[in-house]
Structure formats: C-alpha cells, structure tokens
Design a protein around this ligand. Structure first.
Ligand SMILES: C[S@@+](CC[C@H](N)C(=O)[O-])C[C@H]1O[C@@H](n2cnc3c(N)ncnc32)[C@H](O)[C@@H]1O
Length: 210
C-alpha cells in the first residue's frame, strides 16, 4: 500500500484540492450535490441533535444539515480552514482519536471517507465513533461495493478501497448494537458533473443503532 498517495493533509493544500473531494464537478454542482446528499440524511436527524460528520472536508454536506450542534471532523486542516458555516465546530483528528467526550453525539455519518483510509485503521476509527455515540444514537457509513465485474465503476486502487460484507463485519466485530443493517444504494450522483446515474447499486450503507 502506498500510503503517501492518501496523504490528505498534503492533498488538501493543492490548488485543485476540491477535485479530490468530488472529481469533475464545476463549483456550483459541487455545492448543489452537497445539498442533495444532506437531504438524503434528513431522515436520521432531529432539530435537537448533535451531529458529527467524519471526514467532512470543506463542509459540502454538513453545511446543509440542520440541527442543534454540528462537529466537522477531518484529518486535513486545510480543508477544515475552508469551512464557512460558523455553526460547524471543526475538529482535526489526531491519529484515530477524536477530542469529544463519551456518548455525546446523536448521529454520526461518513461519506466517501473510509474508502480513502488504509483498511488497517478502520477498526480503531469505528471504535472511536462508537465511543462518542450516545446510547440509541446512529452511525451511518458508506462503503463502495466490491465487485468482480470487469467494467465496474469502482476498482481497488492505491487511493480507493472497495468492500465485501465480510470486510464490514470485520470492522464492527466486537461491538454490540441494538440494531444493525447494511443497505445497498447509491450516492446522489456520479461521473462527469454528476451526470451519471448508475443502474445498479454501487454502495453499502452501514447503519448501526447503539
Ligand atoms: C472524498 S473526501 C469527502 C469529503 C466529504 N465527506 C464530502 O463528501 O464532501 C474525503 C475526506 O476524508 C478526509 N479524510 C481522509 N482520511 C481521513 C482520516 N483518517 N480521518 C478523517 N478524515 C479523513 C479527507 O481529508 C477528505 O476531506
């Protein structure tokens, strides 16, 4: 694994750093898709909630989430520095730890993030998210589906991981939950300026209630 190719602290300082968050989008489309992605998450959120996005980047999605308190967690300070929504509390991750007290967050989501982190760190990150999640709180994480089709949208590369159901079980193994579900589905759009709507499901969405 070439970890230097996943060096987000450095990527986030590049002139084209938004390209790594969502490739081939013009500026307006970049933000519009953030609105659409936030609408998909609304079903999990109540106004009185504390919500945390793990790997929030510049706040493309989190800016559009309406709730009492919002934490934007990311490894890349240069992305966090670009967040304009003053309601977002930016937090830079230190190794796998997040400086938030135990059981204080109602809803945690992570979209297009785990796929860019070496697999060996996933379990530690998931444990940290479970630590800060309130009892009955929900964690929702997207993972690209592993496929052996030759013409597939996702392929395992040095920059992107794909996942089997077994890979996801491995991440959550050892934790107890009140509810657990893995849905299949899609992000709001793909491809050139978000124009590609896949005919098959490309993602797993892990949904866990503590
Ligand atoms: C493809 S971007 C997605 C950003 C955001 N979720 C969105 O959809 O707009 C991946 C994000 O994950 C962050 N990231 C990568 N590795 C991380 C880690 N180990 N911990 C926290 N964030 C990480 C990157 O800095 C980047 O902001």
């Amino acid at each position: 694994m070439k970890k230097e190719q996943r060096n987000w602290a450095e990527i986030s300082t590049r002139e084209n750093s938004l390209e790594y968050i969502l490739p081939n989008r013009d500026y307006n489309k970049f933000w519009e898709e953030g609105v659409e992605q936030a609408i998909v998450l609304e079903r999990f959120i109540k106004p009185e909630f504390t919500v945390l996005e793990y790997g929030c980047g510049v706040g493309r999605i989190l800016t559009n989430i309406k709730c009492k308190k919002k934490y934007g967690v990311d490894i890349a300070k240069s992305y966090l520095d670009r967040i304009e929504d003053e309601d977002i509390i930016p937090l830079q991750t230190k190794q796998q730890s997040i400086e938030i007290k135990n059981e204080t967050v109602d809803f945690i989501y992570s979209i297009m993030v785990f796929q860019h982190i070496p697999m060996e760190y996933h379990k530690a990150i998931f444990s940290e998210l479970m630590r800060i999640l309130k009892p009955n709180g929900v964690i929702y994480i997207q993972f690209p589906i592993k496929t052996d089709k030759f013409f597939s949208y996702y392929k395992d590369t040095d920059f992107v991981n794909t996942y089997s159901i077994g890979d996801i079980y491995e991440i959550i193994h050892g934790h107890t939950f009140s509810e657990f579900e893995i849905e299949k589905g899609n992000l709001v759009a793909y491809g050139d300026n978000g124009s590609f709507k896949p005919e098959e499901d490309l993602e797993y969405f892990l949904k866990i209630t503590k």
